[in-house]
Design a protein around this ligand. Structure first.
Ligand SMILES: *[C@@H]1O[C@H](CO)[C@@H](O)[C@H](O)[C@H]1NC(C)=O
Ligand SMILES: *[C@@H]1O[C@H](CO)[C@@H](O)[C@H](O)[C@H]1NC(C)=O
Ligand SMILES: *[C@@H]1O[C@H](CO)[C@@H](O)[C@H](O)[C@H]1NC(C)=O
Ligand SMILES: *[C@@H]1O[C@H](CO)[C@@H](O)[C@H](O)[C@H]1NC(C)=O
Ligand SMILES: *[C@@H]1O[C@H](CO)[C@@H](O)[C@H](O)[C@H]1NC(C)=O
Ligand SMILES: *[C@@H]1O[C@H](CO)[C@@H](O)[C@H](O)[C@H]1NC(C)=O
Ligand SMILES: *[C@@H]1O[C@H](CO)[C@@H](O)[C@H](O)[C@H]1NC(C)=O
Ligand SMILES: *[C@@H]1O[C@H](CO)[C@@H](O)[C@H](O)[C@H]1NC(C)=O
Ligand SMILES: *[C@@H]1O[C@H](CO)[C@@H](O)[C@H](O)[C@H]1NC(C)=O
Ligand SMILES: *[C@@H]1O[C@H](CO)[C@@H](O)[C@H](O)[C@H]1NC(C)=O
Ligand SMILES: *[C@@H]1O[C@H](CO)[C@@H](O)[C@H](O)[C@H]1NC(C)=O
Ligand SMILES: *[C@@H]1O[C@H](CO)[C@@H](O)[C@H](O)[C@H]1NC(C)=O
Length: 736
């Protein structure tokens, strides 16, 4: 059965039937369907432009490396970015100081002083340095030079016949534009196996000697928390160096770029024409001029690496073939949903968002580390990634049948384990306390919120349980999953049990204070027992206990002891739209004016995540969930919500059976995607990718279904979409 189910053309229905039959139940079997013509659905949404956007590029990339292009297919007129997983830089340290000078702050925590990595006013310079360093760097800008034109030649000088289409089924961007009556056509793609951008140009300007390419290098700065849409400092020419090295002057060159302690190489290889490369004085700009050959074609690859490469030269043909193969297999494996049979603009818009999100998440968010909020498009929070957001960025891979892409980064837990064990120990807790805003070394940036968030702690259980669940439902061997995961959830559960404070006056274990809940907008010294975190603690500890039981080992008694005595999820009576008093959940225990304070009914409505994102649980009451969802829908101020809030809300109401509202949330006016599918940022610059990733998680659940809660839920195909919609879904596994 396992092999059958992993075959792309086999149905959900078959897999579902097999797994439920194995479990001894026999639900109504979904109707058979013919395979979706995936390439046809995908290509329908190929982004098309006739001018550069000033906010987002067209992109090609491989998850660890991405190249943002303007209308020319390169970075000719606009300096869009080339970002990677590995390219980082430290600015010089404040005078006479070192990272070890940072001591953070001690805050009272249930009668004892606990040290937190918070900016210390007495150490403000090193605190700020640690927040802003290392930062992610823009590796190189590659563009065209129009040798017969002034340097101030701009996109506006091009005639209007510019056109550009991104073939997302193959990962190839094709652009064309006309200069002096000659049309140039440009193909751009990225190697799935190395950090290489490949370019093919067809143009009479080449044979006329009027078209060249430039490579340019910016310095990096720690001054800006957000660097969007462009990254790097192009003015500080004297603060960094570049050196041109010829490997083979005929068709190869290398440029070494050194910014303080960061050094990397660009290896450029060209084909179909000889060319010369020269440096422009007082700059880090190099110009490559195809020479002495009447060919109107030119091909080039540029590989960027921190390591001296010994690989054999890579040509355009190889890269484009590998790109086409990788992308085709990306689209043809795992799950797929097709809403295009529905004559409804909402359905088509959701389909567009889904397809473009699938493309952009593979380009930007399938690297060796958890993704930053803006992927590899531009920099936010100095290019760092957030451990609490890892769940939203990356949990969709599993239900969509693309676990290998999650596996590229999941090792972060193993890598960050030593420093996270140390963090817990330094604070007097058992187990491992995962950090927050991180760089690849695992250091968590100083910050009051950074140090006091706790909802990243149970994420390992969500990832592990989802992997176990999906492996089991496809009949796969689960022993390796246990071996791979066991010690990390164990350490996490030890922390989660030891973090809770026994409140002898109420006779329960409390979460916090001090703490910040998901929405980061409450007073930390009095925030206690937030609904989402309590429910998530239950989920984590339940899962931890189940894992030990599956392994045939007795779970540590502290886990169950604490879990059974956790504070109840806080509730209050509220007047609903009919004026009736109903019980609702609240943000945290004892919050004043839950539904009437404008500062509370804003930002993440995380209390809706307890039933939707999280599976049903005995501590969560569906009646209260429904009343809470209705109040959120009625009074929440969505203006200040973040992208992923809308898919979270959709999952909540979908589980409650309100599929009309579920699709409405997915196209909410405050949840927008631009023409190329970049999720529009509201409180952070565009793109804000947690919105795209959460969209796929929600659509995965709505299309693939979820485990039955009592007798609710599984009614066949796509239970989360309106029944008049013609939804084809294949390859999904049910969500938890
Ligand atoms: C360029 O695209 C825009 C938006 O799609 C369209 O409105 C406009 O007519 C196009 N211009 C040309 C010259 O094709
Ligand atoms: C930046 O400095 C920190 C602390 O000294 C170090 O851990 C990290 O490896 C450095 N990163 C880079 C890219 O130099
Ligand atoms: C660069 O490396 C040197 C030598 O290892 C070290 O002393 C210096 O602190 C590093 N600079 C930064 C900014 O990390
Ligand atoms: C929380 O309490 C600590 C003392 O434990 C104090 O230093 C800090 O300023 C308080 N924070 C807020 C936001 O009130
Ligand atoms: C470019 O700038 C030069 C000098 O500033 C000016 O003479 C020339 O007309 C400009 N060319 C274009 C195409 O705008
Ligand atoms: C460049 O170096 C100079 C001299 O060391 C320094 O004053 C300046 O701040 C540096 N510029 C940047 C952007 O780091
Ligand atoms: C260009 O590369 C291709 C391989 O992709 C090779 O067959 C061809 O000989 C090369 N041409 C030149 C002029 O180097
Ligand atoms: C120009 O390049 C083509 C393709 O690489 C080659 O076949 C041809 O011999 C070259 N012509 C001259 C005059 O160098
Ligand atoms: C560079 O080489 C090191 C050591 O072999 C390797 O661990 C690392 O993955 C390489 N980095 C890249 C980006 O290829
Ligand atoms: C599209 O579907 C939604 C959800 O079922 C529905 O509310 C809406 O009325 C439909 N629109 C049209 C034009 O049929
Ligand atoms: C759920 O909450 C409702 C409303 O308070 C209550 O009537 C019901 O008994 C609760 N259900 C369970 C199973 O506790
Ligand atoms: C909703 O939030 C926005 C942004 O903070 C604010 O401008 C607006 O006044 C709020 N609306 C209401 C009804 O409170």
């Amino acid at each position: 059965m396992r092999r059958l189910c992993t075959l792309t053309t086999l149905w959900l229905s078959l897999c579902h039937l097999a797994s439920t039959n194995a479990a001894g139940t026999s639900p109504k079997s979904p109707p058979r369907q013919i395979p979706i013509d995936r390439s046809q659905v995908v290509s329908r949404f190929n982004p098309v432009r006739n001018a550069s956007s000033t906010s987002t590029p067209m992109q090609v990339g491989n998850g660890n490396f991405a190249f943002g292009a303007d209308i020319t297919g390169l970075q000719t007129f606009l300096p869009y970015n080339t970002l990677s997983s590995w390219g980082w830089h430290n600015s010089s340290l404040p005078a006479n100081s070192s990272p070890s000078d940072f001591t953070g702050l001690d805050w009272w925590t249930h009668g004892r002083l606990v040290n937190y990595d918070m900016p210390n006013p007495a150490e403000s310079e090193i605190s700020q340095w640690l927040i802003a360093n290392p930062h992610r760097i823009n590796l190189v800008r590659i563009g065209f030079v129009f040798l017969g034109r002034d340097a101030n030649f701009t996109e506006e000088d091009l005639p209007e016949d510019r056109s550009q289409v991104l073939d997302i089924y193959h990962g190839v961007l094709r652009s064309s534009f006309t200069v002096d009556g000659h049309t140039s056509t440009v193909w751009t793609c990225v190697d799935p196996l190395s950090d290489t951008v490949a370019v093919r140009v067809k143009s009479n300007l080449l044979s006329l000697g009027q078209l060249g390419l430039f490579f340019d290098y910016p310095y990096a700065t720690d001054k800006n928390k957000f660097e969007a849409p462009f990254v790097g400092d192009w003015d500080a020419v004297d603060n960094h160096t570049t050196v041109l090295r010829f490997a083979n002057g005929e068709n190869q060159a290398q440029i070494r770029h050194t910014l303080d302690n960061t050094t990397y190489l660009s290896s450029v290889q060209w084909n179909r024409s000889a060319a010369s490369i020269t440096k422009v004085d007082d700059s880090h700009r190099y110009i490559l001029r195809p020479t002495g050959n009447s060919s109107r074609e030119f091909e080039l690859t540029a590989s960027v690496s921190p390591n001296a490469t010994s690989q054999s030269p890579l040509f355009f043909d190889t890269v484009v073939a590998r790109s086409q193969q990788w992308w085709q297999s990306y689209w043809e494996t795992g799950a797929f949903v097709d809403l295009t049979g529905t004559d409804n603009t909402t359905a088509i818009e959701i389909q567009r968002r889904v397809i473009l999100s699938q493309y952009l998440l593979a380009v930007n968010e399938a690297g060796k580390d958890p993704p930053q909020e803006s992927g590899l498009v531009n920099n936010g929070w100095h290019g760092k990634f957030h451990m609490e957001m890892y769940l939203w960025h990356s949990s969709h891979w599993t239900p969509w049948g693309k676990l290998p892409l999650l596996e590229r980064s999941i090792g972060v837990y193993e890598r960050f384990l030593p420093s996270s064990l140390q963090r817990a120990a330094d604070q007097g807790y058992a187990g491992t306390r995962w950090g927050k805003m991180s760089d690849p070394s695992g250091r968590s940036a100083p910050g009051e919120i950074n140090a006091l968030l706790i909802w990243q702690q149970p994420h390992v259980f969500y990832f592990a349980e989802a992997e176990y669940h999906f492996a089991r439902s496809t009949g796969q061997e689960t022993r390796d999953i246990f071996t791979k995961w066991d010690h990390i959830p164990t350490e996490s559960a030890d922390f989660m049990a030891s973090y809770d404070f026994w409140n002898s006056s109420t006779g329960v274990y409390d979460l916090g204070p001090p703490m910040y809940p998901v929405s980061e907008n409450t007073p930390p010294n009095s925030t206690c027992n937030p609904t989402f975190e309590l429910a998530y603690w239950h989920f984590g500890l339940d899962t931890a206990i189940a894992w030990k039981t599956r392994l045939g080992q007795p779970p540590p008694s502290s886990w169950k002891h604490v879990k059974d005595r956790l504070a109840p999820l806080p509730t209050m009576l509220a007047k609903n739209s009919s004026g009736d008093e109903v019980l609702t959940y609240t943000l945290y225990e004892g919050i004043p004016d839950m539904w009437t304070d404008p500062d509370t009914v804003t930002d993440h409505p995380a209390l809706t995540g307890i039933y939707g994102l999280l599976p049903p649980s005995s501590v969560v009451n569906e009646t209260i969930v429904a009343a809470t969802a209705a109040e959120v829908g009625r009074v929440w101020n969505f203006t200040d919500c973040w992208g992923w809030d809308f898919p979270m809300l959709a999952m909540n109401v979908a589980r409650l059976g309100d599929v009309e509202d579920a699709v409405r949330y997915l196209v909410h006016a405050n949840f927008e995607f631009d023409d190329v599918g970049m999720p529009v940022g509201s409180k952070a610059p565009t793109p804000y990718f947690p919105g795209s990733a959460a969209l796929l998680l929600a659509v995965g659940m709505m299309a693939g279904g979820w485990d039955a809660a009592g007798n609710a839920s599984w009614q066949g195909m796509a239970p989360g979409f309106p029944s008049p919609w013609k939804v084809k879904a294949e390859g999904f596994q049910r969500m938890l």
